[in-house]
Design a protein around this ligand. Sequence first.
Ligand code: PEP
Ligand code: MN
Length: 338
Amino acid sequence: MIVEMRQGATQEQIDAVIERAHKYGFKVQLNIGTDKVVVAILGSDTGRVSTEVFAVLPGVESVTRIMRPYKLASREFKKEPTLVHVGDIVIGGPKVVVMAGPCAIESREQLFATAEHVLKVGASIVRGGAFKPRTSPFSFQGLGQEGVELLSELRREFGVPVISEVTDPHLLDDMVDHVDILQIGARNMQNYALLRAVGQSGKPCLLKRGLAATITEWLQAADYLLEAGGGQVILCERGIRTFETSTRFTLDISSVGVIKRVSHLPVIVDPSHAAGHYELVPTLARAAVAAGADGLLIEVHPDPTNALSDGLQSLTFSDFERLMGELKQIAQAIGRSI
Ligand code: PEP
Ligand code: MN
């Protein structure tokens, strides 16, 4: 249930709503907007209480029952778009934010050379996997903590934010001080212990859509992060499994429009994992910017033919540079910039 307070409602009136929710055994979460306060009444059984119980209280403008199974990620709870701040970069504003770098960090040279190139041609955040969730236990699993330390050195030296995937709550302590955005991978979208732990860290977080998750399930996963206290959530569409096998996954480009309609969270697109092939990445990246995505997450490698993971979908430096030129024009055509 969403209780919208009147403009200028007093703290006493807001407290009365919270007190009544607690009396019925519900949790609450406040959204303090620029001109009004919205109180989300949270519980699995809010249906047992009439909306009038809250509507009757002084200072209440309206009470809406949320039929959607997600609440905190919904537009009903928060009308104004969420802006995620990472240093002086804003995700969800007019600028399309490009995050680029290797799938997995392989060495200092590989990471630093890639970062230097992608930043030179317009990326603003560097990606690099240290703990890799590989489908096979026999594939390269990433450099682990050594990779995190290389990212830490990179952000200090280049003064640039970095994003890396956290695969287990136990790794959080070692990662929070070294990365700017914690990535939750597609395979972990419904790892609720991880979602809670990342939410509690209060760090900006990128939540990838699960391989076979509906948009509703994805937003319910976002609710876990938001409920735990992490307000700075970015969603990332990375393709879903369908009957089509000619791409690695099927990029659900319509999810960008759906998210914009039903949620206040920013949404970016990862064309690399959806395409699975370097020749298809530019097509999907261009479509994502045209569709209104707030950013992109793209894999780039100095020598994709010898990459230790995802070489086939990684762009070379020159392919990435060409793509950035195209994306800048598309962004401009829809009144945005890169
Ligand atoms: C990644 O971005 O490195 C990754 C493993 O992606 P996903 O979780 O989308 O498969
Ligand atoms: Mn990858």
